[in-house]
Design a protein around this ligand. Structure first.
Ligand code: SF4
Length: 360
């Protein structure tokens, strides 16, 4: 270790192994050695809470049980399965990578971190996590949780520039990776990496580390004193959308709502379906809600607009859809939320149905 001696490293190893054996959470992706399932869990866990991932992980694997089943799906089917999770680039990259695995590797997930990193959407951390957990490769997986644990444990960054500048961040990143590599349990690297992540997620918390129950408290150089990177401030913005419903008739006894498809060239959520934007000229406000994306808090207003007066939005590419059809389409997270609040989609449901081949 650069900042912790070998005796301390041996003690850390014993303590964390023992602590993890007693405290590991039972999570579905810890009950499998299938590299594809572990890969899916790692992609889902990026930017999404564990409780949400538990439910969606099972659904995703039911829908796409093998890497080639995922590869053979259309992008619309994959986005539908991902709907509501946000950060849709993750789903697109996973889909592209699955296609590469099936086309170039015969459907066998590559077994080393170096090969995994060559696939779309798999960075250093994800490659190390999959390679160590599924294949036992001795590589340390350093995500935000692990970085925080290592920085606090070693006391790095308490002096000097500290977190916050590009130079400090890249240098610190290299040192953290080197320390994490030295700490790694070569006998069980997958278990070790998961133990480190577990310690960061449940004990060495960003604000308020629980040092009193930490297995490393005697060796830790900071015991929670380490500075935490400040989150960027959220900014507020207003958004409004039209809620245009074609009333049911005797001839067609099912209500339909007008949805539009985002342009496939848009950088955010391309090709996904959403409510048409309102220009404020027509309609009555029927719903207000908050929705956070990245660093923006949106105050959203939904205006009910008569179908006869909503010609402007209907000039753009879109279609009338029933509630059932909407539940099978790749909706933006905000649109899904609105449709749930308006009683058109059940909370937490509807995405289980198979997609109907909505074109991009
Ligand atoms: S003693 Fe506290 S700060 Fe140090 S690793 Fe444990 S929880 Fe984190």
């Amino acid at each position: 270790m650069t900042r912790l001696g070998r005796d301390a490293a041996a003690l850390l190893l014993r303590r964390l192994r023992s602590w993890y054996a007693d405290h590991r959470r039972s999570l579905p992706w810890r009950e499998t050695s299938d590299p594809y399932a572990i890969w899916v869990s790692e992609i889902l866990l990026q930017q999404t809470r564990v409780a949400t991932v538990i439910e969606r992980y099972r659904e995703f694997l039911e829908r796409f049980p093998t890497v080639c089943a995922l590869a053979e799906a259309t992008e619309a089917e994959v986005l539908t399965a991902w709907s509501g999770l946000g950060y849709y680039r993750r789903a697109r990259m996973l889909h592209q990578a699955a296609r590469e695995v099936c086309a170039r590797h015969g459907g066998v997930v590559p077994g080393s971190a170096a090969e995994l990193r060559a696939l779309p959407g798999i960075g250093r951390y994800t490659a190390a996590a999959i390679a160590s957990i599924a294949f036992g490769e001795a590589v340390a997986a350093v995500d935000g949780n692990v970085e925080r644990v290592v920085l606090r444990l070693t006391g790095a960054g308490l002096t000097g520039a500290g977190p916050g500048t590009a130079v400090a961040a890249s240098e610190e990143g290299r040192r953290v990776q080197a320390d994490a590599d030295r700490l790694l349990d070569h006998a069980a690297p997958g278990e070790w990496n998961q133990a480190m992540m577990e310690l960061g997620a449940t004990v060495c918390l960003p604000r308020g580390p629980r040092c009193e129950v930490c297995p490393w408290v005697e060796v830790c150089r900071t015991r929670g004193e380490h500075p935490v990177r400040k989150r960027a401030a959220m900014r507020a913005e207003a958004l409004s959308f039209e809620w245009v419903v074609r009333q049911s008739s005797k001839r067609e006894p099912v209500e339909r709502v007008w949805l539009v498809q985002r342009d496939e060239r848009q950088s955010v959520m391309p090709s996904m379906w959403e409510l048409p934007a309102a220009d404020g000229a027509d309609g009555e406000p029927v719903l207000g809600l908050r929705h956070a994306i990245m660093q923006v808090n949106y105050q959203v207003t939904i205006y009910a607009v008569e179908a006869a007066t909503a010609r402007r939005s209907r000039q753009r590419g879109g279609r009338w859809v029933t509630a059932e059809e909407a539940g099978r389409m790749p909706l933006t997270g905000l649109t899904r939320k609105v449709m749930q609040r308006m009683g058109w989609l059940p909370v937490g449901g509807a995405r289980r149905a198979k997609p109907d081949g909505v074109s991009r």
